[in-house]
Design a protein around this ligand. Structure first.
Ligand code: AMP
Length: 604
């Protein structure tokens, strides 16, 4: 049996299809929702899920939650969040975040694996079967490092991860939207820690993700923190005591905020009673209304708007062309969020399935497809940012463009720049900008052992292969000699969402100046190689041309050299052409001489 797993920031679920019907497995507490929380008790016991969540308030330093936010990330990527969390981080977290519990430290993958192991055992005990394969979902915006980290967590838990699926794609499957003849579907997924918006097209039973966008640092947790800050202000107003001075107390208030938020999704107001020995009267009682929390969380909710508009734009659609809007994730129960979705896509969103379960059900459907029980359904996903390599002059040669459907492979042929070059550096980049310095460096590797040929002669094919899980393999081959080198892009620390957003935003903002810069660099590279080639030819050609012609060529070379130091691209191009003209005659003479030499001594 292959199980489908939704490994969530706040809660995780596991399911399968039982005679074609989705079935979610339940834990000891009878709920299918397993809090993604792990507690390490003083006595050395590890508790996962509901039990860990129950005692969280009393064991804040030894209870890890929201670990998904840290998957595939370094400490510098997440420094803004960690201030808000009550547990500690190990100092050696630059490349990979590590949670510090007592004398031990744990990676987000290990915490993820503990949650996954729990889900695996729930499935095993309820089904009575051994489970060793799983489909795991991730936010569509997860980059390569984050996907690899998730896969690794699965392996640590003893599960072969047969497919990593984007959460919104799974949601479409759960709603059986493959049965629609045609539709443009917006999947709005706001969970505890991440926001994804995807636009999928379904036609004759085939899904295609047209575009994805989102924010990996936006979710219900942010609502909780914003509400907690306001609750603390109210406590100060009423009692004069400021709970913000005590991080442990504040962490408790964040939990209170979460529970108030849930209640206010259904009712208009709540009389909130909070007790603490530091309060002058030992407790406070405050009336909190839905309207009030809506003002507090509105700036956070609004952050979801821009990615939606960008996603529509990338999909080439206008809001009225959206045929269905689906809600996914616990935070879409917030009435203000639903209003926003309706406003953007101009239609009432569908929420007939439980928004917490939609993704897990979709994962179960996908697992069923992979185990060969359902056939004839094709799922296509897209990559969120373009991928390419560094070429001469610090310019990016894009090989796979953003929003290309995966799995995909594409290749480009490059050559060498210097005579006799025996190795080339392949620098893999991710992003939308034209210049290397403005993109994210993913990895580097070298192709060695090239035959020492003149510049421009070797043919080096660089192939990018992205598998169905969105994991990138890069292979470089020198075609004549079949020398190859390859790399699977390793999990380094990840990309924060604000970086992804910034990279996209900057690429639109700077498109014109970027192209200008790129053309300038290309002109300089062309000029440089023409100067080298001319200087090389002059060694032979000097004897063949007149002194006057020789001086003219030298002058044209100097003039081109001077133009390269400036930023006038047109001038460089003019000087390139002028040098080309000036050397034409010499080139003919060299060629004639070469032909004569070749014919010498040869008889017909
Ligand atoms: P997920 O990551 O999809 O499990 O979503 C969890 C998030 O949904 C958490 O931030 C919860 O606080 C939030 N959530 C769950 N139920 C509700 C509700 N009834 N109203 C508002 N938010 C909710």
């Amino acid at each position: 049996m292959i199980i489908g797993i939704d490994l969530g920031t706040t809660n995780s679920l596991v399911g399968t299809l039982d005679k074609g019907r989705p079935k979610l497995f339940k834990g000891e507490d009878g709920s299918s929702l397993v809090p993604s929380v792990v507690e390490f008790t003083e006595s050395g016991e590890t508790r996962v899920g509901a039990l860990a969540k129950q005692s969280q308030k009393d064991n804040l330093k030894r209870t890890i939650y929201s670990a998904k936010r840290f998957m595939g990330r370094g400490l510098s990527d997440v420094k803004d969040w960690i201030k808000l969390l009550p547990f500690d981080f190990s100092e050696s977290s630059e490349q990979m975040v590590r949670f510090k519990v007592g004398q031990r430290s744990y990676t987000p993958m290990e915490i993820g694996a503990m949650v996954l192991r729990k889900l695996k055992s729930m499935a095993e005990s309820e089904s009575g079967q051994t489970v060793d394969k799983a489909v795991i979902t991730v936010p569509a915006y997860f980059n390569d490092a984050q996907r690899q980290a998730t896969k690794f967590a699965g392996e640590l838990a003893g599960l072969e991860v047969v497919r990593i699926v984007n959460e919104p794609t799974a949601a479409c499957l759960a709603y059986g939207l493959d049965k629609k003849a045609f539709g443009n579907i917006a999947v709005f997924d706001l969970g505890g820690g991440t926001f994804d918006i995807s636009i999928l097209r379904v036609a004759d039973g085939v899904f295609e993700v047209l575009a994805t966008n989102g924010n990996t640092a936006l979710g219900g947790d942010d609502f909780d923190h914003a509400i907690a800050q306001e609750l603390a202000n109210k406590i100060v107003e009423q009692s004069g005591w400021d709970p913000k001075t005590d991080t442990q107390v504040m962490a408790g208030i964040v939990l209170e905020a979460e529970s108030l938020k849930r209640k206010l999704s259904d009712i208009e107001s709540v009389q909130w009673r909070w007790m603490n020995p530091s309060l002058p009267k030992g407790q406070v009682e405050i009336l909190i209304t839905r309207t009030e929390i809506e003002t507090w969380i509105r700036p956070i909710v609004e952050k979801a708007k821009e990615p939606c508009l960008q996603c529509l734009k990338d999909a080439g659609l206008k809001p009225h062309q959206i045929t269905d809007a689906i809600l996914v994730g616990g935070s879409t129960r917030v009435p203000l969020v639903r209003k926003l979705v309706q406003e953007i896509f101009r239609r009432e969103p569908i929420c007939t399935l439980n928004p917490d379960e939609v993704v897990a059900i979709g994962a179960a459907v996908q697992a069923n497809i992979l185990s060969g029980q359902i056939s004839g359904m094709l799922l296509l996903d897209v990559i969120p940012l373009s991928l390419g390599i560094e070429t001469m002059g610090g310019v990016v040669g894009k090989i796979i463009h953003r929003n290309s459907t995966i799995p995909i492979s594409a290749s480009e042929t490059f050559t060498t720049y210097v005579d006799g070059q025996t190795s080339v550096d392949i620098h893999i980049l991710q992003g939308e900008r034209e210049l290397v310095k403005d993109n994210r460096s993913l990895s580097r590797f070298q192709l060695r052992g090239l035959p020492p040929l003149p510049a421009g002669i070797p043919k080096i094919e660089v192939e990018f292969i992205i598998d169905a899980n969105g994991i990138l393999n890069v292979k470089a081959t020198e075609i004549r000699t079949s020398t190859t080198a390859s790399i699977c892009v390793n999990p380094s620390y990840g990309l924060t969402d604000s970086e992804v957003e910034k990279m996209l935003f900057d690429s639109f903002e700077n498109a014109e100046s970027d192209f200008e810069e790129r053309f300038l660099i290309e002109a300089r590279v062309e000029a440089d190689s023409l100067i080298r080639a001319t200087q090389k030819s002059l060694l032979k050609g000097k004897e063949l041309v007149s002194q006057e012609e020789f001086l003219q060529i030298e002058k044209a070379v100097e003039s081109l050299q001077t133009s390269v130091t400036g930023r006038d691209r047109k001038l460089i191009k003019e000087k390139i052409e002028a040098l080309g003209e000036t050397t034409k005659h010499m080139a003919e003479l060299i060629l004639n001489q070469a032909v004569q030499e070749a014919l010498q001594g040869k008889k017909i």
